[in-house]
Design a protein around this ligand. Structure first.
Ligand code: FMN
Length: 216
């Protein structure tokens, strides 16, 4: 009898762990709406793909730092369910770069600085960000990559992403990885946002625009 109780307890723990993991990968995390504070055209564009909302929260904070325009990408293949999760895993593992994406129309030529915000999928930027970069010419633009993830990235993949940006004529300024922590212990969104702001402030000399979006 005692043996069966232990087996039942282990099965219950595994089921709870699986359910918790499934929720973190499929449930949308809300964040406050974003609006620019100034009417004149922005010099900075923040582009974000977010499957479950965490990267969007960070992107909004990044956008408000620069008073930037915010462009959100949708990628219909990576639905917020088990099927979408499996396709995302497979594409990331296969190093896919091209997937159908949709977003509002955008005139890249008006911007000097473009910040790309992405979740990490198998140690690399998520597939929709590669597709976005493939679709545009970034001549004369500085590009910075901000990634969120649970654990880690691999430098080799970031180098490949930088090569793609440069192939599309962008100047790759670098990247920052915001580590949220593994699913059983994750930072609060506010902690992540504060870290993002601190990283932006630290790089103030790097940006070709000032924080109000004016050309330096
Ligand atoms: C298919 C897939 C692969 C992932 N691979 C990694 C990884 O290699 N490293 C990591 O740190 N996080 C990884 N994660 C976790 C996400 O990067 C992390 O939860 C991210 O903050 C989610 O952002 P979002 O809510 O904006 O979609 C992966 C998530 C998915 C769905």
């Amino acid at each position: 009898m005692k043996g069966w109780l232990i087996v039942a307890g282990v099965i219950l723990c595994c089921a709870l762990l699986f359910y918790w993991f499934y929720r973190t990968q499929t449930v949308w995390v809300e964040s406050a709406p974003y609006r620019r504070s100034v009417e004149k055209p922005a010099k900075t564009l923040v582009v974000v793909y977010s499957r479950t909302g965490n990267t969007l929260g960070v992107a909004k904070v990044v956008a408000s730092y620069f008073d930037a325009d915010l462009l959100t990408i949708d990628a219909p293949l990576y639905t917020r369910d088990y099927k979408g999760q499996r396709i995302a895993e497979k594409h990331a593992d296969d190093e896919v770069t091209t997937t159908p994406i949709t977003h509002d129309s955008v005139d890249i030529s008006q911007y000097d600085l473009v910040l790309l915000c992405s979740p990490t999928w198998w140690y690399r930027p998520a597939v929709p960000l590669w597709s976005f970069v493939e679709n545009y010419d970034f001549a004369g633009k500085a590009i910075f990559l901000m990634m969120t993830g649970n654990s880690r990235i691999k430098e080799g993949y970031i180098a490949k992403f930088a090569t793609l940006v440069e192939k599309q004529n962008g100047k790759f300024l670098g990247m920052h990885f915001l580590q949220r922590g593994r699913v059983y212990w994750q930072k609060e969104p506010t902690a992540l946002e504060e870290e993002a702001l601190a990283e932006l402030r630290e790089r103030n000399k790097l940006w070709p625009v000032d924080v109000e979006g004016k050309i330096k």
